[in-house]
Design a protein around this ligand. Sequence first.
Ligand code: SF4
Length: 279
Amino acid sequence: MNVLRVFPRRTAATPDDDLVRIGYPDLFPPECDEIDVSVTFTYDLPNAEKMAEAWGRIAPTRIGGPATGDPGGDFVPGLYLKKGYVITSRGCPNRCWFCMAARREGDIRELPITDGWNVLDNNLLACSQDHIYLVFEMLSRQTRKAEFTGGLEAARLTPDTAGRLALLKPRRIYFAYDTPNDRAPLAEAARMLWDAGMKPCSHIVSAYVLVGYPNDTLREADGRLRYVASLGILPFAMLYRDDAGKVNQTWRRFQREWCRPSIVGTKLRVRDNESISGL
Ligand code: SF4
């Protein structure tokens, strides 16, 4: 059976085979038996509903994906994410106020491990040690260097796991600095990774830093990003969005300045006593 997957927007992770479309049907829709409209972001839901109505004239259509509250099943490589991306667990034991992962998927659940090199798990380090090390083993067999773009929880890193991560020689690891509780564990994680032989300031170890949430200020966000850089970790600003996806343009500009390594490098060369644009 031919199932067409339709996405409201293209991202780096969107699959690109012949049975994928973005947005509304064009004049020559592909032949298919069913259509899945897959929605990742809550703010895309209103548009996705209109898209589903339009695609429904071509074949039976359903809407699914994380934004609909779908807890997700076993991961199928290449189906809803481009080949290379892999999810080996769902859910999370934490309940961060801004995150839907645990509310949607429940506590951590380990899945069968499939091949891929870019790990998108919500919280891989919350899995059992056996699972984590089997994931590392799978990554060591791939033709491309491992990436951990789903975000690792610094507080769960151990010296042993840090050592095994270093042995993998990954292309990129992202940690997360979302709440004040992440600050000290991030410093500790950096120390473990440098002790394990990874190089500070090498652009391999990065951290998503959540900015622009209610009551956040540009000065405080700037301070958090500079703190991350002071640890030898490349900061990457992640802009908070509410369910409607609204963003403030000042925060949008600020985030853009802190999400490109070349610009971040330039910013960090600005002396501490110089003024910071937008503050
Ligand atoms: S640790 Fe990460 S995945 Fe888990 S609830 Fe917090 S933000 Fe979400």
